[in-house]
Design a binder for this molecule. Structure first.
Ligand code: HPA
Length: 268
């Protein structure tokens, strides 16, 4: 699929809506797109997009104005573990770039590796470790988007990490801060893997975000990463893990998550 075909299709459907902010809404965090929805296009209708297969993910692109800013939201994302190629996983980020997005807020549900994190905590991502064994930029480089060997020393814009922290403080929301490590999933990590993650510097583990953040950074988009810590990762607590528990914890966190994101949008 040629990127331009997708972009033209979306522009026609949205009446040439030019979003400046992109938001990828993770598991259980999609409500923001229900609250603010001007135009919605199901992924299944968008040329070049795949259909989303995960429960708790709606699978549509939502366009809206939030706090005076034009945003495009992915209500549900494509995961590598669903069997999509890594290029398909990051395709929407390239589309966002072509639509005019300058800042990407990428969110996810994650497991807490840092023992101080509690379920339903929010964490602003300071950096990541790619343990997926794959890089979304593999393949011919699109020089119109970014360079062949992009610098990754500040994927998550430092100024925006500070902004998120200041806003959280002002709103009285406790905001953790840390390094996100991506595994492919779909199985959760073993306790030994979580121990490794901690030793090499991770505070949270999950199955997404890194491919999209790498692609956005490559394309010159500023990135803000927010994790909802839904559970203590395997071995950090003795409780077993289930997708239902993850969704339940995200539901607990979703109100403060929405308030925080809306305020960040206002200040961007
Ligand atoms: N591991 C990986 N992904 C996750 C987790 C976890 O513990 N919780 C929510 N998403």
């Amino acid at each position: 699929m040629i990127l331009e075909t997708t972009v033209e299709y979306i522009k026609e459907k949205t009446g040439n809506f030019i979003p400046e902010i992109g938001i990828i809404l993770g598991s259980g965090l999609g409500e923001l797109a229900d609250e603010f929805c001007q135009t919605a296009i199901p992924y299944a209708e968008i040329p070049g997009f795949e259909a989303s297969t995960v429960s708790g993910h709606k699978g549509r692109l939502v366009f809206a104005e939030i706090n005076g800013k034009k945003v495009v939201m992915m209500q549900g994302r494509f995961h590598f573990y669903e069997g999509h190629s890594i290029q398909k996983v990051v395709y929407p980020v390239k589309v966002m770039k072509k639509l005019g997005v300058k800042t990407l807020i990428v969110t996810n549900a994650a497991g807490g590796v840092n023992a101080e994190f509690k379920p339903a905590d929010l964490m602003v991502i300071t950096d990541h470790i790619n343990h997926m064994g794959v890089n979304p930029l593999i393949g011919p480089n699109d020089d119109s988007m970014g360079v062949r060997f992009p610098d990754m020393s500040e994927v998550y814009t430092a100024e925006y990490i500070k902004l998120a922290e200041n806003i959280a403080k002002k709103l009285g929301i406790e905001l953790q801060k840390g390094v996100y490590m991506a595994f492919t999933g779909p199985s959760y990590e073993t306790p030994a893997e979580v121990k490794m993650a901690r030793i090499i510097g991770a505070d949270a583990v999950g199955m997404s975000t890194v491919p999209e953040a790498v692609t956005a950074s490559w394309a010159g988009i500023k990135v803000i990463g927010l994790s909802c810590i839904c559970n203590s990762a395997a071995g950090v607590s003795t409780v077993g893990l289930s997708h239902e528990d993850v969704i339940e914890a995200a539901a607990k966190a979703k109100d403060k998550f929405k308030v925080l994101v809306k305020e960040i949008i206002k200040e961007l």
